[in-house]
Each structure stands twice: as C-alpha cells, then as structure tokens.
Design a binder for this molecule. Structure first.
Ligand SMILES: NC(=O)c1ccc[n+]([C@@H]2O[C@H](COP(=O)([O-])OP(=O)(O)OC[C@H]3O[C@@H](n4cnc5c(N)ncnc54)[C@H](O)[C@@H]3O)[C@@H](O)[C@H]2O)c1
Length: 448
C-alpha cells in the first residue's frame, strides 16, 4: 500500500492522531510551496541548496544576521539559476518581517539552538508550517508550548532529524519491521563526534574553532561551545534517539517512560585549548560544565531499554554508536556487523553489506540518484523531501511534533537528572495518551 492510501485509510479509521492543518484537504503532489529560510549558516545553506534543486519549491525569502552567510547563500541561488530571494538581515528579530509575508507557506529554521523555540512559536503564530533543525527548545516547558501551539494552530512542526533517513539505518528499520531481530530488547545510539575544533574552509570562508569560540569563532564555534560552558546534559540526543524511536514504534503503541543520566568529569576542551592556544590563553581559564561523556538510559512502556551517549569534546573518530538488539539477534554500526541466530554462524558476526542490499529501503531505491551529493551521505535529501512533500500535500509530517518534542526534551531532562544526583526523571507524554493507538506513518512505501 502506498503512503497516500495508507494515510487516507488511517484517517478514515480515525486512528491518525497527528494534527492536520486547519483545512483538512489532501493537497496534491503537484502543488507548489513557497518557503523562507531562517538561518543561512552552514546547515541552512545545505537545506537551502536542496530546496533550490526542487521544482515544487520557491525559496522566496532568507534571513540571517551575518553578511558572510547571506552572501554564501545568495551564491547558491546563482548556481541553481533561481531568482534571488528577499533578504531579511536587520538584527536578531528581522525574521519576524520574513514571517509577516503572506506568500510564505512554510519556514525552515537552521539557527543556533536557543533561537529555535522563539522562531518556531512566532512562525506558527504567523500561520507558517515549521521544519526546524534539531532541538526544539531549552526547557521542558518550551517543549510543551511548541506542542500546544502546533495543536492550536493545526500547523505542522517537523524536526529535520536527518539520521532517520540514513541508508543503513533505514535498512535496519526494514529488518526490524520484518521481525528478523525478534522482539526488541535493548537499543543504543548517540552523538559521538569530536567537535573540539569546529572549523570550515572552502577557500572563501575563514577558519574558525581552535582555541577560540564566541565572537572570534566561526559557524557553530560562535554559539555551540558556550553550551559546553553553561550546561551539563545530553546536549544533542536526536541523531541517536530519532532513528531508534522509529524502530521502537514510539508514539505508535509505545512511549518513553523515564530517564536517568550521568556525566563524567570535563577535561577534553580545557586540554585542547592548552594544546592549541597555550596554557596562558584566556580560554584556558574557563571551567567547562559539560561532562566529556554523558550517558543516558531511557525506559519504554513496552519494556525496552535504551542507552544514549553524548561525546563531543574528546579525540575520537565519528560514530553514532548504534546497537539494535532483539531476542533473535542484533546490529551494531561500529563494526558494521550483524548477527542473527540460526542464520549467522554461532557466536560470529556477519558483514552487513548483503543484508543492507537485500533490505534497502524502497525510498532509497527510488531516490538514490537524486540524493547523490546531498549532505551526510545523501540522507539530507530525504529529510527535506519528507518535509516539503508532506506540507505541500497537506498531510501529516512523518516526524510529528510529538516525536520532535520527545526526542529533543531528553536534553533538559538529562540536565535535571544530572543536577539531582543522577535520579530517575519521569518522561512527559506530549501526546496525552494518543501514543496508544496512533499508526506508524514514517517511511511507509516509497512515497516520501
Ligand atoms: N542535522 C544535522 O546534521 C545538522 C548538522 C549541522 C547543524 N545542525 C543544526 O543546524 C543548526 C544551525 O547549525 P549551523 O552548523 O548551520 O550553525 P551556523 O552557526 O553555521 O549557522 C547558524 C546561523 O544562524 C544565524 N543566526 C543566529 N541568530 C540569528 C537570528 N536571530 N536571526 C537570523 N539568523 C540568525 C547565524 O548568523 C548563522 O549564520 C543548529 O541547530 C545545529 O545543531 C544540524
């Protein structure tokens, strides 16, 4: 069954709970969407580039507060042969002028984390659907406010969690859906990426990172490092928890029930600053609050356990550290290995290659060519495609506002757990019970 039929049937059966826009009319795949992009830094530029490649999307306005980023964004319009957008660059709240435009249907927000909440709230107040980069808000209350705003306005809010669309992760989702791991028992994931020197150089942009951050930094170093000074928790849980949630059927008969976090001591950033800037560098005096490795455990209503790790301030190769384990076998991404009882040799790992070819998701089979060259090995194409297709058809986004809130709220919950001596914290149910009966609409078939 394709996705449109599935959605229609779910709606008819009264089981789809994701909020539909106020005029519940299934739009057409041929509709055209006008979007504005708020934040045209490095991430915003990739989301812009992907939007400009499409025939069903006009990017009519962009907003940023740094000329260097606006200029890079404008070059993308030239490259794509698309008309230049209206530019909003007059201060921190210039985005509200963009939102006041009547011709914009949806916005993509790719600004620093602390801006996501006010921008998304203002956008929905202005009647725009929201595709927001990862992290919904800073506090638990802010997450509730976004959920309530989406419900009250009937607008879509989708977190643009791209790892849900990684090719190997989607193959594993197919394997889970066919019950080949058996009943799921324990899952792991996280964000394990050496970000000590957030830098960039394409020949035109300055280098950033090193021992500098804040005003002297570039791109993420301007704002992200400050979170390591001020906060102690899992600051970036969604790349791990997003894909795992779809495998666990979270909000489709399952939900997160409680969470506990623990942080190690913080040494990595200080040692790095001393190494590259010298012990007398002013930043060598900073007392970083964020533990180098933050470990979070989450329980679910259906009895699975989840372990998440945040590890961005120590030397290490990149890995999201996935592990998906059931009663009949498991997958781990670190050594690209799978083991299925009575299929694999006893006690031996198998290479994943043949499995992933066999269970390649229909979306990847259909769009692999279009996705080529898109960021993060192609997965960025799919997340942009999903947001734009859903909004233009007036269908619920495959990552709902409830999903987005549950994945992102892990940050303030983990901060609270660590601050209170690693105690267990109850997980909020943003769906208010609707998780029990809602049907899974994520990546069903090969539509989007
Ligand atoms: N999903 C992914 O794989 C992925 C990858 C990278 C970044 N991100 C996320 O994307 C977001 C942006 O990250 P980035 O790497 O592009 O950072 P960045 O610093 O390069 O870009 C952020 C941009 O927002 C602009 N900005 C700040 N305040 C603003 C305001 N008030 N109004 C308008 N513009 C404003 C900045 O000038 C900057 O250009 C973050 O939430 C980050 O976590 C996601």
């Amino acid at each position: 069954m394709n996705r449109a039929n599935f959605l229609k049937m779910s709606a008819l059966a009264g089981t789809a709970f994701t909020v539909l826009p106020s005029k519940v009319v299934f739009g057409s795949p041929n509709s055209k969407l006008s979007i504005g992009i708020i934040g045209t830094g490095l991430r915003g530029q990739e989301l812009l580039r992907l939007s400009l490649q499409r025939n069903d999307t006009d990017v009519t306005a962009i907003c940023d507060i740094q000329q260097v980023m606006i200029e890079s964004a404008l070059r993308l319009f030239d490259k794509a042969g698309k008309p230049k957008p209206e530019i909003y660059d007059n201060g921190d709240y210039a985005y509200r002028e963009l939102l006041a435009r009547k011709d914009i249907d949806a916005v993509i927000i790719a600004t620093p984390w602390e801006w996501h909440f006010p921008m998304a709230m203002d956008a929905m107040d202005a009647g725009k659907h929201v595709g927001c980069e990862v992290m919904m808000g800073s506090t638990v209350d802010e997450h509730w406010e976004v959920v309530k705003k989406a419900e009250a306005t009937g607008l879509q809010y989708m977190m643009l969690e791209n790892v849900c669309y990684r090719r190997d992760v989607m193959a594993v989702l197919q394997i889970v859906r066919q019950n080949i791991f058996g009943e799921l028992i324990h899952l792991q994931g996280g964000y394990q990426h050496d970000l000590r020197e957030v830098k960039f150089n394409d020949g035109q942009q300055p280098y950033g990172g090193g021992a500098e951050f804040g005003e002297k930094g570039f791109s993420e170093a301007q704002w992200r490092t400050q979170h390591s000074v001020d906060r102690n928790g899992d600051l970036y849980p969604t790349h791990g928890i997003g894909p795992l949630s779809k495998m666990l059927q979270i909000h489709n008969g399952n939900r997160y029930t409680s969470l506990v976090s623990m942080a190690s001591k913080a040494r990595g950033l200080h040692e790095y600053i001393v190494k590259v800037g010298g012990k007398d560098h002013p930043n060598a005096k900073i007392d970083f609050k964020l533990g180098d490795v933050v470990t979070t455990m989450i329980s679910t209503a259906n009895g699975e356990s989840i372990l998440l790790q945040h590890d961005t301030n120590l030397p290490r190769p990149y890995s999201l550290g996935f592990r998906v384990q059931g009663t009949k076998g498991l997958w781990m991404d670190i050594n690209k290995s799978i083991h299925i009882e009575e299929v694999s040799k006893p006690h031996r790992w198998e290479e994943t290659k043949d499995w992933f070819e066999k269970f390649d998701h229909p979306l990847w089979q259909k769009y692999a060519e279009e996705a080529q060259g898109a960021g993060h090995g192609g997965m960025d194409f799919f997340v942009v495609n999903a947001f734009i297709e859903a909004v233009k058809r007036n269908e619920p986004t495959p990552i709902s506002v409830y999903d987005s809130a549950a994945w992102s709220v892990i940050t303030p919950l983990s901060e609270a757990s660590i601050a209170n001596g690693c105690n267990a914290i109850e997980f909020p149910d943003f769906t208010k019970g609707k998780w029990k009966s809602a049907k899974d609409i994520f990546a069903i078939g090969d539509d989007y």
